[in-house]
Structure formats: structure tokens, C-alpha cells
Design a protein around this ligand. Structure first.
Ligand SMILES: [Zn+2]
Length: 501
């Protein structure tokens, strides 16, 4: 180590991301955190920096911001994520948490820690995974250095997270086009604490209502105005405001919308938090929560005479929110009504993809497509399908949200149902991925611009890449493991005072 390095501030960086859907039957085990899916697989040491560089990920933004200054030596620990699902297994949480703590303890003297977290992790035994991890880090013997974390806009922020972290920086866009920027803000917050030696005062508020995710779109409606309000405090010295819209499929006492404010005095932090909470409450009735039935949406889409496609979002079967990405309600409606010029994706069905690969392009085979995940009122589509394309599932994202990254879809097939007048090309994958990037279709030679209807299994992230080419966007309440009609959800852990939009 040279003398220049010895003088630098040593900051450990780590990431452990999961968004947990209490109503999904699946689990996120160790192998789900180790494998690549929408994001890279588990990385340790220097590969954390190398493997995330240039991507729209919080840790990549933190690293880039740190590298533009010469004051910090980064100590990469471990980074991992798993596709959203049911709870994280006890084994996965304990082993990953223990490894993060051990590697931090073995890293020599540190001055600070940055964590890339989601903020809606539930494990088989912990209802607040991130609060538990932060608590364990705080209890490390001899540790008093500041800890800063970035969180997803869908974080269900807990009092424990606020208490243990010196600062939380939360994404401000949905679709999440600012993940890297949120990491950069976290760097600034941590650097300010380390340079000044001052930890900011905090204020925390939880709003008394839930907003379903399809109504949280920050490009329109009340969410846009609320985040404009939050940003208005940027640049005020020592002050910043954070707003999380919450993840409504996590059934916890902290589920819902929350506000965290940091300032140079407790009075100022509390004043701003109350101001934002008041605006939240006054906008409650403005959130648009309406969803169409599959029949309504397909009828509207088929009557669209415009050249640009209609995008129909299957919002309750979003694998990016724990959905199985294989329900068939909307797809069946498209087939039965004879819709033409349709692209559909991404249907998670490894057996169907393997069957298509075994017979090859141009072949026809009987398939029970989708409907395998036990969703009530959902069944496979039993039909002959023609194999019209095959792929290895390596797909370079091209959209604003994930551009620079690589999707791992596993063996992939494009299937067209036979014995129907419908004309549909369905992208079938072997790894669950949310359909949010045009490349999910284009890498297989399919042209979304030429489609009449595009069916996507996504709640809002698809908007970043698909809305610019769409004539209109329709949101549909077909069956899925990600409930968006909140009045019907069988919560057991919500706060008593909370209402559901
Ligand atoms: Zn999110």
C-alpha cells in the first residue's frame, strides 16, 4: 500500500437485494442469489466493481461517484440479488449475511459502509430482512463508522432501517431509471458525513394508506408531483428528502408509503417530513387504480386502427414483483378472440422451451403452455404450437432502465399457437425475467414496432422502453401471484390505521 492509499478514507461496499412477495409460493434460496437473471449473479471482492460497471445499478453509481474523487479507497465485499419471489430462505439469509459480516471484519480498518439494498426483504423468520442485517452490522464489535444504504422506490421502510442507517437514499423513478443516480446520491451522503464528521438529524413518517404499484408510475399523476416536491429540497445544504412508495405484496407492519428526511436539525427534518406527508395525504384520492378485464383490453386493442402497437400489461403476473410469469388468462383471451399481429412475453416455461429446442425451428408440437404455478382459476394452454424461433437466452438490454446489462433468460423459444385464427408469437423462457426491454423481442428477430398488440408481463417498468413506441397502454387484472386490487388481498400484518387504494 503506498502512502497516497494510506491517507484515503476506506469504505466497504456490499449489496444484498430482494423484493419479497408474501403471497407468492416460491422461495429465494442460495442458488437464486448465486445465479444471473435480470441482473448479474453473486459477486465477491473486486468482481463486484468489475461486474456492475456501467450498469444502471445503485452500487455502480456509488462506485462511479467515488472514483471521480480521490478521497476514498473502495473495499468491495459481496453483491447479490435474486429475482423477486416468495420469502428468502433461512439458509440464504443467514449465509449471505454472515459472509458480508465476516468479509467486513476481515477487511482491516474501515471508515464507512455503503449497502445496496432493496428494502422489502422478508425471510422465513424475519419480517424486516434489511432492518435485521443493518442491526447486525451495527452490533459488530468496535464498529461506530457511518452506514449509508440505497433503497428501491418499493421499499417498505421500517423504523429499524431508519434507526441503524445514517442515511437512506431511495430511487425517485418508477420505472427505475435512476438506480445508478441513487447510488451516487448515497456516495455524496456518506462522503459528507465522513468529511464533516456530522451525522444528519432524521425524521420518519409512514402514510396511512397503500398505493398499488400500477398507480405509482412517476411519469404521471400524483407520484410525479410528489417526487418533484421531494427533489425540491435537493441543494439545500445538509438536507435531503426521501420518499418510498412501498411494495404492497409484502405483508408487514411497515408496508406502504413512507417519508424519510435528513437535515442539520431535528426540527427542520421533522418540518419537511410533515410537509411531504401532508401533500401525500391530500393526493390520496388522485391515484388512479383502475384496471381493465382481459376481455375489455383485448377488445380495445383489436379495434385500434393506428399503426403503432397497443401495449397490454399483465400487471398481476409480473415476475419483477414475485409473479410466476406463466399465467394464461390474458394470453388465452388473445388467442380465443383471434387477435392478430401479437407479440407476447415473457412466458416462463422451461419444459416448453426445452421441447421446442428438441424439435427445432419449423416443427410443430403439443404443449401445455404456462399455468403451472398454482394460481387460482389459471390453467395451461393445451395446444399445438409451431416453433418459429429459438435462442440461448443471452440478451443485451438496450432500453434506458437496464441498458449496459445482460439478461439471462435460459434456453428460449418463440412459439405460435396453431388451430386458431389468432396470429401470436410468444417468447418462452427458462429463467424468470420481467418483460421490460424491447431487446427481449428484438434479440430473437421479432419487431415490436411492427406489432399490432404487445402483451407484456410487467406492472410499470415496461413503460420506459415500450411506451415511446406505443399508441396506447392498457393495464389488465388477469390472474397472477402479484395482487394489485388491494381491497381483495388477505393481509394479516398491516398496521391497524392503514387503508388501501
Ligand atoms: Zn422497485
Amino acid at each position: 500500500m503506498n502512502s497516497a492509499t494510506e491517507e484515503k478514507i476506506r469504505v466497504a461496499i456490499a449489496g444484498f437485494q430482494h423484493e419479497t412477495n408474501s403471497f407468492a409460493p416460491s422461495r429465494a434460496g442460495l442458488s437464486e442469489f448465486e445465479m444471473a437473471d435480470s441482473w448479474p449473479g453473486m459477486m465477491r471482492g473486486r468482481s463486484v466493481i468489475k461486474g456492475t460497471r456501467g450498469m444502471n445499478l445503485p452500487i455502480a453509481g456509488f462506485v462511479e461517484a467515488a472514483e471521480t474523487e480521490s478521497i476514498v479507497e473502495l473495499v468491495p465485499i459481496l453483491w447479490c440479488s435474486a429475482e423477486p419471489s416468495g420469502p428468502v430462505t433461512e439458509e440464504a439469509f443467514e449465509r449471505i449475511s454472515a459472509e458480508i459480516l465476516e468479509r467486513i471484519c476481515e477487511s482491516g480498518p474501515l471508515d464507512g459502509l455503503y449497502l445496496d439494498l432493496h428494502g422489502a426483504m422478508i425471510t422465513e423468520s424475519q419480517i424486516d430482512g434489511e432492518g435485521e442485517l443493518l442491526s447486525r452490522l451495527r452490533q459488530l464489535k468496535g464498529v461506530s463508522w457511518p452506514m449509508v444504504a440505497s433503497l428501491d422506490l418499493h421499499a417498505n421502510v421500517s423504523p429499524g432501517m431508519v434507526r441503524h442507517a445514517d442515511c437512506l437514499c431511495i430511487y425517485r423513478t418508477y420505472p427505475h431509471i435512476d438506480m445508478s443516480l441513487s447510488g451516487a446520491r448515497a456516495y455524496r451522503a456518506l462522503a459528507d458525513i465522513l468529511i464533516t464528521g456530522q451525522r444528519p438529524a432524521k425524521a420518519f413518517r409512514q402514510a396511512p394508506f397503500l398505493v398499488p404499484l400500477h398507480a405509482q408510475h412517476t411519469g404521471s399523476g400524483p407520484a410525479r408531483a410528489l417526487y418533484d416536491k421531494v427533489r425540491s429540497f435537493d441543494g439545500v445544504s445538509g438536507t435531503h428528502a426521501e420518499l418510498a412508495m412501498g411494495f404492497t405484496a409484502g405483508d408487514t407492519p411497515d408496508t406502504g408509503v413512507s417519508v424519510v428526511v435528513y437535515a442539520d436539525s431535528s426540527a427542520r427534518a421533522n418540518g419537511i417530513a410533515d410537509e411531504i406527508l401532508a401533500e401525500l395525504r391530500s393526493s390520496e384520492s388522485d391515484f388512479c387504480t383502475r384496471l381493465l378485464s382481459a376481455a375489455e383490453a383485448v377488445e380495445i386493442a383489436m379495434s385500434n386502427a393506428a399503426k403503432r402497437p397497443t401495449v397490454i400489461a399483465d400487471v398481476q403476473d409480473n415476475p419483477g414483483a414475485g409473479g410466476s410469469s406463466d399465467t394464461t388468462g390474458l394470453l388465452r383471451e388473445l388467442i380465443e378472440r383471434g387477435a392478430k399481429g401479437v407479440l407476447s412475453g415473457l412466458i416462463f416455461d422451461p419444459a416448453a422451451a426445452a421441447g421446442a429446442h428438441s424439435v427445432g425451428v419449423g416443427s410443430v408440437l403439443m404443449i401445455s403452455l404456462g399455468g403451472h404455478s398454482g394460481v387460482v382459476d389459471d390453467n395451461p394452454i393445451e395446444s399445438r404450437f409451431r416453433v418459429v424461433g429459438l435462442g440461448n437466452g443471452k440478451c443485451a438490454y438496450t432500453g434506458e432502465m437496464y441498458g449496459g446489462g445482460l439478461a439471462t433468460l435460459g434456453p428460449t423459444a418463440v412459439l405460435s399457437p396453431m388451430d386458431t385464427c389468432a396470429e401470436i408469437k410468444i417468447v418462452v423462457t427458462s429463467v424468470r425475467n420481467q418483460c421490460l426491454d424491447l431487446a427481449h423481442f428484438t434479440h430473437l428477430g421479432l419487431d415490436p414496432n411492427a406489432a399490432k398488440i404487445i402483451h407484456v408481463k410487467s406492472t410499470a417498468h415496461f413503460r420506459a422502453d415500450f411506451e415511446p413506441i406505443a399508441e396506447k397502454v392498457l393495464l389488465v387484472s388477469s390472474p397472477g401471484h402479484f395482487p394489485c386490487v388491494l381491497k381483495d388481498v388477505a393481509y394479516t400484518n398491516l398496521r391497524q390505521d392503514i387503508s388501501r387504494l
